[in-house]
Design a protein around this ligand. Structure first.
Ligand SMILES: [Zn+2]
Length: 323
């Protein structure tokens, strides 16, 4: 009998579902659009039917599914298995997702915030393998975070800890969607890069980005800024330097607070690694107290799009006493 874990990375846009063995090998996978706007019951039903279809490939006389792990974008009340809020999943507030899934699947279900699941995936099989204390940042449209201390996620009183993206870097900085100003997310995310590029062009900056976006400034994406920077465009390169500096300030704050020695950085923006990481490191070393910044390793996440899936599998492994 082979033991299997059902792992689900539930995103605002797509859902990834996989059957994972206890060593973290993905045996079978599927993905499909979340269609979050259709409401939580419809989304849940869709997930359940896709899971059942995927598990059909594993006959019950040969495979035992020991549980299901779900990484969910939002705040999770872990003790009750409830999603307390989720900006990307409308209508999921106070949703008892764990009971719903346990009833639908007949197996123990473990849920975790998606950024925390990402951190656990990197801790199990990625850049933080074997490291007990580290922080994980995902630089995507926003900035996600997970804090791992002594081998486990630091959840805080309400399960909401690790919102590294909402650490304030510039008190008078751009308005953040959370209502605050100058959060790391407004200065070091994909949307921050896009905004900085548009602002620079509106300030009459010269850049090949104008040509790249076909003259439509509002169509600029962070990927275009990356491509221009990679091709040597000075204005685009400067934007990644600024973003790197802000990131370095955030990393220094984390180091001063936690004295961790490893930062794992993932997400789409991390593809531009060489364009910002040296600047981030310089700023980190400058602002970290005493010698604390010197020994800190900055590592690119290694599990790619599978970190969330692997982290979701890991919480099942841990929760069932098999880690
Ligand atoms: Zn914020």
């Amino acid at each position: 009998m082979t033991e299997l874990i059902l792992a689900v990375d539930l995103g605002g846009t797509n859902v990834r579902v996989a059957a994972v063995d206890l060593k973290g090998r993905i045996l079978r996978r599927t993905s499909f659009p979340t269609e979050a706007s259709r409401g939580r019951e419809r989304v849940t039903e869709n997930i359940l039917s896709n899971i059942k279809e995927l598990l059909r490939g594993f006959p019950k006389d040969k495979f035992e599914v020991i549980g299901g792990g779900f990484g969910i974008p939002g705040a999770i009340m872990l003790d009750r298995g409830i999603v307390s809020q989720s900006p990307n999943l409308p209508g999921w507030e106070d949703y008892d997702i764990r009971s719903r899934l346990e009833d639908g699947l007949g197996m123990p279900i473990f849920i975790e915030n998606d950024a925390n699941a990402f951190a656990l995936g990197e801790g199990w099989l990625g850049a933080a393998k074997g490291v007990k204390d580290f922080c994980c940042l995902t630089l995507g449209t926003g900035v996600g975070g997970g804090i791992v201390l002594n081998g486990g996620i630091w959840h805080g009183a309400e399960g909401k800890a690790g919102e590294i993206g909402h650490m304030v870097i510039d008190v008078d900085g751009p308005l953040c969607q959370c209502g605050s100003n100058g959060c790391l997310e407004t200065l070091a995310s994909g949307s921050a890069i896009t905004r900085m590029a548009i602002e620079a062009i509106e300030g009459n900056g010269e850049t090949d980005l104008i040509e790249r976006c076909g003259g439509q400034i509002e169509a600029i994406t962070s990927k275009m800024v990356y491509e221009s920077a990679r091709d040597g465009d000075p204005l685009s390169r400067e934007i990644f330097q600024r973003m790197g500096r802000y990131l370095g300030v955030g990393l220094a704050n984390l180091v001063n607070l936690l004295n961790v020695q490893l930062m794992v950085i993932g997400g789409q923006v991390s593809e531009a690694w060489d364009l910002f990481i040296d600047r981030a490191r310089t700023e980190l070393e400058k602002r970290a107290l005493g010698s604390m910044g010197k020994g800190v390793k900055l590592e690119k996440a290694r599990c790619g799009n599978d970190a969330g899936i692997l982290g979701a599998a890991y919480i099942v492994k841990k929760g069932t006493g098999k880690a």
